[in-house]
Design a protein around this ligand. Structure first.
Ligand SMILES: [Fe+2]
Ligand SMILES: [Fe+2]
Length: 209
């Protein structure tokens, strides 16, 4: 049996990243960029998205793709190399969008930034589909319990990890929410789900996105 018996969290996070790009775009459209507080709130929301996406890719590169490569056959290694190359491509475009948000001002051209977010959405969507249909299956075949444990620890150690689970559920189907919260054992979930959801709701309200 695979040490990664369930790949749904990867798929559910991908869907959340794509929803979040659209959410940030609508936040950008309605924000008054002449207002410093509005800029800060939008940037706070964007930073959460960007940090979470950077962290997701770093975790996959470090603990998944690189760890299974020595065990994979040449055709599988080629797919894993493509995964890393696609992360590289995403890093480039994400860095462009990061720069755009870090320098938000009254003079920011919303259309340019919105187009960059569209481009990020397209490249991210292609990568996620490729990973879900080809990449993750190879990881699943070879990943060890020890590597999986390190990967999970890295995931939990993300700077704003306490927002991630309710965020993945935001806008998702009820079946996805059950899957996400179902990863936490019942008694712990009883306490964590309302606490984390409250924190996320406050974060969303404060950011206004
Ligand atoms: Fe992924
Ligand atoms: Fe990925």
């Amino acid at each position: 049996m695979s040490a990664m018996s369930d790949t749904s969290m990867n798929t559910n996070m991908h869907a959340a990243f794509k929803r979040e790009i659209r959410r940030v775009q609508s936040g950008l459209a309605k924000a008054d960029l002449a207002d410093g507080a509005a800029r800060d709130n939008l940037l706070r929301r964007y930073d959460f998205f960007s940090e979470t996406l950077h962290h997701h890719h770093k975790g996959e590169d470090t603990y998944l793709f690189e760890r299974v490569k020595p065990k994979a056959d040449p055709s599988e290694v080629a797919v894993l190399d493509q995964m890393e190359a696609e992360h590289g491509e995403l890093l480039e475009i994400l860095t462009t969008v990061d720069t755009g948000f870090k320098s938000l001002s009254d003079a920011t051209d919303k259309d340019v930034l919105n187009d960059q977010l569209d481009a990020l959405f397209t490249v991210l969507s292609q990568h996620c589909e490729h990973e879900e249909t080809q990449g993750i299956g190879i990881v699943q075949r070879y990943i060890t319990q020890a590597d999986m444990k390190e990967f999970m620890k890295f995931t939990r150690d993300a700077a704003q990890a306490n927002l991630v689970l309710p965020w993945v559920c935001d806008g998702a189907e009820p079946a996805v929410s059950s899957q996400v919260w179902g990863m936490i054992p019942g008694p712990v979930r009883l306490f964590l789900k309302p606490t984390m959801t409250r924190k996320y709701d406050t974060f969303s309200q404060e950011c206004g996105v």
